[in-house]
Design a protein around this ligand. Structure first.
Ligand code: PRP
Length: 184
């Protein structure tokens, strides 16, 4: 394990198995349809790349990047679009792909925004769900794992843009985000 980790929360093999299950479940649910997977940058990039390889119906991808204001200081819920979709989604079956749902503020904004573009359907898939931190109710249609209220990194998730490339998910040692040095 990376020296900044306290413990591995999800092993590479465990993630792979669950991602396969999710992909197969999604493929079954969308049988006979085409799917537009919308990855939310940057965290969802690794999950989306692995997930779509287990979805056997036709899948197109697009991406959005958003930033939430004042996340650490008590979020107002304001979200800004940094990168929007490249295509019109009216009439499409859209699946939002996230790495983690935490307060739910990002997802709540995204769902409202995308819903207003009149897709044929809109569902949400997240690898990780941290319900202990939820501030707004959001519907999650596909969830990989429920995680405890700890700082988790790896498999796309970062702290200060580090650790995204780890193939597993680990709990970050508190000393790292409370002023310690990063061993990157
Ligand atoms: C993370 C994650 C979600 C959001 C979840 O993104 O990818 O988009 O936070 O948090 P919330 O439920 O409290 O809104 P982040 O802003 O860290 O950007 P990143 O994906 O580039 O790491």
């Amino acid at each position: 394990m990376h020296p900044d980790g306290e413990r591995v929360l999800l092993e590479e093999e465990e993630i792979r198995k669950r991602v396969r299950e999710l992909g197969e479940q999604i493929a079954g649910d969308y049988a006979g349809k085409e799917l537009l997977a919308v990855g939310i940058l940057k965290g969802a990039m690794i999950f989306l790349a692995d997930l779509v390889r287990f979805i056997s119906v036709p899948v197109f991808f697009d991406f959005m990047a958003v930033s939430s204001y004042g996340k650490s200081t008590g979020p107002s819920g304001a979200v800004r679009i940094l990168k929007d979709l490249e295509r019109d989604i009216e009439g499409c079956h859209v699946l939002v792909v996230e790495d983690i749902v935490d307060t739910g503020l990002t997802l709540s904004y995204l769902v409202g925004n995308l819903q207003s573009r009149r897709p044929a359907s809109l569902k949400v898939c997240t690898l990780l769900d941290k319900p202990a931190r939820r501030r707004v109710d959001v519907v999650v249609d596909y969830r990989g794992f429920v995680v405890p209220d700890r700082f988790v990194v790896g498999y796309g998730l970062d702290y200060n843009e580090c650790y995204r490339n780890l193939p597993y998910v680990m709990v970050l040692r508190p000393a790292v985000y409370k002023g310690g040095n990063l061993n990157v």
